[in-house]
Design a protein around this ligand. Structure first.
Ligand SMILES: Cc1cc2nc3c(=O)[nH]c(=O)nc-3n(C[C@H](O)[C@H](O)[C@H](O)COP(=O)(O)O)c2cc1C
Length: 182
């Protein structure tokens, strides 16, 4: 059996280390996980005024999440919290009122930052917001990584073997969590 994992990158940066982090996870993920991105880069800023004409990009984002067995979010923290673009996407995701494409699904929130805090507070804020949607949070192993562009090799993995081994063990743990709960 194959499990579909929708992943969301919390950064709009074209050189995002969080996107690279997901690449490093996918590089060593078990074969029964299939990854598909739910991308929010073209979302308008949420306003109730726009809801009647619900954006196609948000519909596509929600459909990817609805069709997924599990959700992976890799995000930086901005000013010790959720980057605005990601929060905006979550606001759209829950509209119209009652929409919930992630309820009951295995969710793993991870993150990387150039700073030593490793996006820990941003991740906590993402989990707090998403708790409203009642996902099945995998809370261990916590992935608070300090990384920059030089942290990754040409094969997409972390240059540091210990870090890549940790990332591999984490994605294996997520796979096991999905097998048990999806
Ligand atoms: C507006 C803004 C706020 C930031 N705030 C934090 C912060 O609170 N903590 C932190 O560790 N890094 C912070 N950073 C640095 C980011 O962690 C760093 O730019 C990281 O590479 C962003 O992830 P990305 O490469 O996936 O976009 C901030 C960066 C920006 C642009």
């Amino acid at each position: 059996m194959t499990y579909k994992v929708a992943y969301i990158i919390g950064s709009l940066s074209s050189t995002s280390v969080n996107r690279k982090l997901v690449g490093a996870m996918i590089a060593d993920a078990p074969q029964d996980l299939e990854f598909v991105e739910a991308n929010f880069s073209q979302f308008p800023l949420y306003s109730p005024d726009l809801e009647a004409d619900y954006p196609q990009v948000a519909t596509e984002f929600k459909t990817i999440l609805e069709e997924a067995d599990a959700v992976l979010i890799a995000s930086p923290e901005y000013d010790r919290s959720i980057p605005g673009g990601l929060k905006n996407a979550i606001d759209w995701m829950g509209r119209p009122w009652g929409s919930n494409p992630i309820g009951g699904k295995p969710l793993y929130v991870v993150g990387a930052s150039v700073g030593s805090v490793g996006a820990a507070l941003g991740q906590a804020a993402v989990r707090q917001t998403l708790s409203f949607f009642n996902p099945l949070n995998m809370t261990q192993p916590e992935m608070f990584l300090q990384a920059n562009a030089d942290s990754f090799g040409e094969d997409g993995r972390f240059v540091d073997a210990g870090t890549q081994a940790f990332v591999k063990s984490a994605v294996e743990a997520f796979a096991e969590f999905i097998r048990r709960h999806a």
